[in-house]
Ligand binder design. Structure first.
Ligand code: HEM
Length: 499
């Protein structure tokens, strides 16, 4: 018995040592400085334990900041489950991974983990497959596509009907419904209208069943991601049935798009209709639609939720926003609101930018080296020389931490202060809510238009936002995106004009 334990311990220690030695050997052979390495407990078990504990305690983002700042290096390697990961909080290195050295990195395991549900689409593919998807989808996000204020107005009105009841509501939950409604209208030309409790049924699946199935698929997919290389173990008949149900619903709209006569001069844009003009493959259209839904729905709902969190906790900022909105769009209706007008409302943009700074809804990300390569900084005595990254090594970067570096943002970095955007106009590598480089978010304008319109309308109509519990702390629930754990309850008080 003790012999077996001894053998296992020796193997683990030998494995850990060899991991480090092989890396040092390769770095030396390449003539590049090695990155600082932290191999504390064998197999990186302690790091895994800390990661799981912080996920359970809902303080994963805060814990990452502490871990990163404890090390004197801004870029270092740490082991998790027998695998070395490079962690960086240096914007120059993030720029290399995402832009200047883009070709040396891909999505690593993400494709395999997510394709079970999402198939092959822009969000899961790397290399040529991704490039093809990007070229296919880019025209669907042109300015005309995303400027559809009329659709936003209709869905915002459904939201208002609920807010006008004058009861406390879980606003994050409603924003998830709102963004599902707008995204499905954009993707399929027909919304699931979840805010209106739509009873629509297609291919035997109701709109409500689709939303439920999609949410289930997303939950299972996120668990697959958390299991890293063991993702294949995560499946169930519930998951498979949900995938089948969600697909049946979407396939109806894909078929409709394929059956329509092609009209090149159409004035209103629908994602699946446009895609059907360039590909006749129903699986391609279905998978790309799922990919875009995943990329765009929860992220925008989270942005809206965090914005309302900050506005409800800072009444003076909300009052200033109301003034700016009333000056530009009047007090009563949204008739005058245009895409360009929203972009001109400076304080509204400041509020959104500041929310995305302090609570980026994609707070951390990973890329994996596809070949032996380097990052420009982190090596040598001053950390300003390149470091070696071997093929297969994941590079993890925390946008959340970068957005909170006092040396980049000033000493009041933890404060929600939209005014900082009056002077801080640079959108360099210190501000990355939508990523950067060739894989920058395709839906950025769509998301900003939807968020600005919704926040504008709330500020225009509601004089006061009342929190059910003003003392509850902001707790983040982090998976692919970050959201407010359990949401929060708000009551909306309309201004006199609306009473
Ligand atoms: C506040 C809202 C949003 C945020 C913060 C956000 C952020 C991001 C980020 C960080 C990425 C890069 C992910 C990666 O490569 O690992 C991304 C990619 C993407 N986003 Fe967004 N996004 C938002 C809304 C949207 C919306 C509304 C849509 C579509 C309607 C959308 C479509 C996409 C697509 C298609 C990609 C993949 C681009 C590619 O890989 O080439 N996003 N987004």
């Amino acid at each position: 018995m003790w012999l077996i334990v001894g053998l296992i311990v020796s193997f683990v220690l030998f494995y850990d040592l060899s991991l480090k030695l092989v890396y040092l050997f390769k770095a030396k052979r390449a003539g590049v400085r090695p990155v600082a390495m932290y191999v504390n407990w064998p197999f990186g078990i302690r790091n895994l334990y800390m990661f799981l504990k912080s996920t359970k305690n809902r303080n994963a983002l805060e814990q990452t900041v502490i871990t990163m700042r404890k090390k004197k290096e801004r870029t270092f390697a740490m082991e998790i489950l027998g695998m070395m990961n490079v962690v960086t909080r240096d914007p120059e290195n993030v720029k290399a991974v995402l832009a200047t050295n883009f070709k040396s990195f891909d999505l690593g395991l993400r494709e395999a983990q997510l394709s079970y549900f999402l198939g092959s689409g822009i969000f899961t593919l790397s290399s040529h497959g991704w490039k093809h998807s990007r070229n296919l989808l880019r025209p669907q996000f042109s300015r005309e596509q995303v400027a559809q204020i009329e659709s936003l107005r209709r869905h915002a009105t459904s939201l208002e009907k609920i807010l006008d009841k004058g009861e406390f509501v879980n606003i994050q939950h409603l924003f998830h419904q709102l963004t599902m409604d707008t995204a499905t209208e954009f993707l399929f030309g027909e919304s699931v209208d979840s805010l209106d409790n739509s009873q629509r049924v297609v291919n035997g699946v109701s709109a409500a069943e689709f939303v439920e199935a999609y949410t289930l698929c997303l939950r299972w997919s996120l668990i697959r991601i958390q299991f890293g290389p063991l993702y294949r173990l995560i499946t169930s008949s519930e998951f498979r049935k949900a995938i089948a149900r969600a697909r049946r619903f979407v396939e109806y709209f894909v078929q409709q798009a394929l059956d329509r006569p092609i009209d090149k001069d159409e004035s209103s844009y629908v994602f699946t209709h446009e895609l059907a003009k360039v590909t006749r493959d129903p699986v391609v259209i279905r998978d790309q639609a799922f990919n875009v839904l995943l990329a765009g729905r929860d992220t925008t709902a989270s942005l809206l939720s965090y914005t309302l969190w900050h506005l409800s906790h800072n009444p003076e900022i909300y009052a200033k926003l109301r003034e700016a909105v009333k000056n530009q769009f009047g007090e009563e209706s949204t008739e005058e609101v245009t895409f360009e007008g929203l972009k001109r409302c400076k304080y509204l943009l400041n509020v959104i930018n500041e929310t995305l700074r302090i609570n980026p809804t994609v707070p951390r990300n990973t890329r994996t080296a596809t070949r032996d390569t380097t990052l420009p900084r982190g090596g040598g005595p001053n950390g300003d020389e390149p470091v070696f990254i071997p093929k297969g090594m994941p590079v993890v970067y925390s946008v959340y931490e970068i957005h909170r570096q006092p040396e980049l943002w000033g000493p009041d970095v933890e404060e929600f202060r939209p005014e900082r955007w009056d002077t801080h106009s640079s959108h360099g590598w210190e501000y990355l809510p939508f990523n950067g480089g060739p894989r920058i978010c395709l839906g950025q304008q769509f998301a900003l238009t939807e968020a600005s319109f919704t926040v504008m309308r709330i500020a225009q109509k509601y004089e006061r936002l009342e929190l059910l519990d003003a003392t509850a702390p902001l707790v983040n629930d982090v998976s692919l995106t970050s959201m407010i754990d359990g949401g929060f309850m708000l009551k909306f008080h309309p201004s006199k004009v609306y009473q």
